[in-house]
Design a protein around this ligand. Structure first.
Ligand code: IMP
Length: 427
């Protein structure tokens, strides 16, 4: 049974949780393959609102096994807190599996994320300050600590010593901070290891066995295509690969194990943090989108920057992820407008770009070319089928399909589980 990858195709916060919820009934295993607790999925199940950062959304469905794959970076304190929180709300977390190969976010990673951002001043990336970048940097430099190290006090102590030697120099000499104490970290982290031990497993082999047995596996991307380390708007990106291809490396499966790739996009566009954003709306329209769409970050509470649907970025994402379909979320939010804009191309120095530009300068300085479509005004939140949508809303979805070159399977019209419209029969 081939897997399904679920990826954001904009700058994150597309409402991936809603789609996971939609597919959960038919899903046996949900795997996170990248990122860490910089993510934030909000899911409403039976009227209860859950904001998950690290634990895969599969935890909310008793028949699903949630898996944190080797490509994820794990803050064990946050993971335990999130599990405790879920337990206190009656959710059984015993089935959660955690890869021993996943890297651990250490206290110095958190500190370094904060001080490097401060040092960058106006050039700062606007990270979530969760230690994501410094942890992936150490992984690549091969001085990271992995989840399995938490189970072996001797190895943990040796590896920590090597890392701390460098980190303490950096913290004290470059950033004027206090050094970190080896013993304190050891005591704290080895205790996390004991607590997490029953969950630590060879998750790659578990997932492969599930696929071989014909079970439905969903690879749940965090962040999104435009924040991809290799293909996003570098350096204003996250430090992992949210694209569908990242699921192979980050979960430990082969490319042929993923057959369906669902791209999630808002009916408009948002971005948190710094970086270019060609389809950003003018302040008045942006404010309407912020208020109507409650565009504040789940993780940091920051107000999101808002803009119109960017079809150039959508086409780029369709190609990078080999999308088989699209889900458009928050269509109801656009009911606020008399007409709705879509960015169909970019313009730079007199040249029109239909394709994502190959050079950063073009993307940084381009002007959006908008097409304006008639709005619908009506409240969409009670729509449950295509016939319930005003013709202008249907025309808008058709325009997105044709501009992105990918069929739209569903459009969501509100946060509730039932606030969804199916556009076509899906497998
Ligand atoms: P980091 O992932 O914390 O290093 O942050 C790098 C960039 O990715 C910043 O612009 C963040 O705002 C952005 N980012 C990280 N995680 C998310 C997310 O879940 N949604 C939206 N933006 C995110």
């Amino acid at each position: 049974m081939p897997g399904i990858a679920l990826v954001g195709i904009q700058w994150g916060d597309e409402g991936k949780g809603k789609v996971t919820d939609l597919l959960a009934e038919r899903t046996d295993v949900v795997v996170r393959y990248q990122g860490g607790n910089n993510a934030g999925h909000t899911i409403v199940v039976e009227g209860e609102r859950y904001a998950l950062h690290l634990v895969p959304t599969g935890i909310l469905y008793p028949h699903c096994t949630p898996v944190i794959g080797p490509g994820v970076v794990v803050n064990p304190q946050v993971l335990i807190e999130e599990m405790d929180n879920l337990e206190s709300r009656g959710i059984d977390t015993r089935r959660l599996l955690l890869s021993g190969n996943a890297h651990v976010i250490m206290p110095y990673h958190l500190e370094l994320d904060t001080v490097t951002e401060r040092r960058l001043g106006n050039n700062r990336l606007g990270t979530t300050k969760r230690g994501i970048g410094p942890t992936y940097a150490d992984k690549a430099a091969r001085i990271g600590l992995r989840v399995q190290d938490l189970l072996d006090p001797k190895i943990f102590s040796e590896k920590l010593k090597v890392a701390l030697k460098e980190k303490n120099l950096l913290l004290t000499r470059v950033y004027g901070r206090l050094p970190m104490d080896q013993k304190t970290i050891e005591v704290e982290y080895l205790a996390y290891g004991e607590r997490l031990a029953p969950h630590i497993a060879d998750t790659s082999s578990f997932v492969q066995r599930a696929l071989d047995a014909g079970r439905a596996v969903m690879f749940e991307g965090a962040q999104a295509t435009m924040l991809d380390l290799d293909h996003g708007t570098y350096p204003f990106v996250t430090s992992s690969n949210p694209i569908a291809g990242g699921a192979c490396a980050g979960a430990g499966v082969g490319p042929r194990d993923i057959e369906r790739v669902i791209g999630i996009a808002k009916a408009y566009c948002t971005r948190v943090g710094s970086g270019p954003f060609p389809s950003e709306a003018d302040p008045a329209d942006a404010e309407i989108l912020v208020e109507a769409g409650a565009e504040y970050g789940t993780t940091t509470g920051r107000k999101r920057r808002c803009g119109w649907f960017d079809a150039v970025a959508a086409r780029y994402a369709a190609r990078l992820n080999t999308l088989t379909e699209l889900v458009i979320t928050k269509l109801d939010v656009l009911s606020q407008f008399e007409s709705v804009k879509v960015c169909v191309a970019y313009e730079y120095e007199g040249e029109r770009y239909e394709e994502f530009p190959p050079h950063q300068t073009i993307f940084n300085k381009c002007r959006p070319i908008f097409e304006e479509l008639p709005g619908w005004g009506d409240d969409l939140t009670t729509a449950r089928s295509l016939d319930d949508l005003p013709k202008e809303a249907r025309a808008y979805l058709e325009a997105l399909e044709s501009l992105a070159g990918v069929p739209v399977s569903w459009a969501s019209v509100g946060p509730g589980r039932d606030q969804i419209v199916a556009l076509r029969e899906t497998a």
